[in-house]
Design a protein around this ligand. Structure first.
Ligand SMILES: Nc1nc2c(ncn2[C@@H]2O[C@H](COP(=O)(O)OP(=O)(O)OP(=O)(O)O)[C@@H](O)[C@H]2O)c(=O)[nH]1
Ligand SMILES: [Mg+2]
Length: 196
């Protein structure tokens, strides 16, 4: 697949603000600052489609992006943002669960983890939750430019072990800086969307 067009279709904090369930969706989840919004910009080839920041907690709403007029990529707010005010953290759970649980055309949730680190307890929890709802199976290891080629295999194995991945569950390393991993991820999305 090639992404030819992309646009922000809706910004939501509650279900009444979601777009209609008239096409497939793929969501990006993961810790704050892991690179969800940056990855969306890389995939679409648009540097400032989604707002990116060095400070965690940038995306605080559920943002729906229409891709090629055919499906949506949904950029979720990150978790594990220690400095977030309490009401933000409490709201987060409700907001994310409300979306993930009840979205009939949601095909899969790509869980983004930082390739440098062992997944956090929250990552593990999130992935178990995705597994429970049948939304698991696609992991993206971000910031691949931050480690050496030699470290790659070892780090991917650590991630694989922590998330208890099975053979068919993929980890795709990506780097926004080096623009790597895009074709692999787009291929994966194509397969998922063809299985509609
Ligand atoms: N070196 C490097 N930096 C990256 C990469 N991807 C993202 N970043 C940086 O990581 C920081 C966070 O990126 P965001 O895309 O805003 O992260 P996010 O997951 O959307 O964060 P929230 O919106 O807070 O949930 C920014 O400073 C990005 O420039 C990457 O592949 N390599
Ligand atoms: Mg973001």
């Amino acid at each position: 697949m090639r992404i030819k067009t992309s646009e922000l279709a809706a910004v939501a904090v509650k279900s009444s603000q979601y777009p209609p369930e008239d096409m497939a969706e793929i969501a990006f989840a993961g810790r704050s600052n892991v690179g969800k919004s940056s990855l969306l910009n890389l995939l679409t080839g648009r540097k400032s489609l989604a707002r990116v920041s060095g400070n965690p907690g940038k995306t605080r709403t559920i943002n729906f992006y229409l891709i090629n007029g055919e499906f949506r990529i949904v950029d979720l707010p990150g978790y594990g943002y220690a400095k977030a005010a309490k009401y933000v953290t409490e709201n987060w759970g409700e907001m994310i669960e409300g979306y993930l649980k009840n979205r009939s055309r949601l095909k899969r949730v790509a869980l983004l983890v930082d390739i440098r680190h062992k997944p956090s307890d929250q990552d593990v929890q999130m992935y178990e939750w995705l597994r429970y709802y049948g939304l698991n199976g696609l992991i993206v290891a971000t910031k691949a430019d931050k480690i050496s080629r030699g470290e790659m295999g070892k780090n991917l194995n650590i991630i694989r072990g922590a998330l208890k991945l099975e053979a068919g569950e993929k980890i795709i390393p990506v780097s926004v800086l080096k623009k790597t991993g895009v074709d692999e991820l787009l291929n994966e999305l194509t397969i998922l969307l063809e299985g509609e």
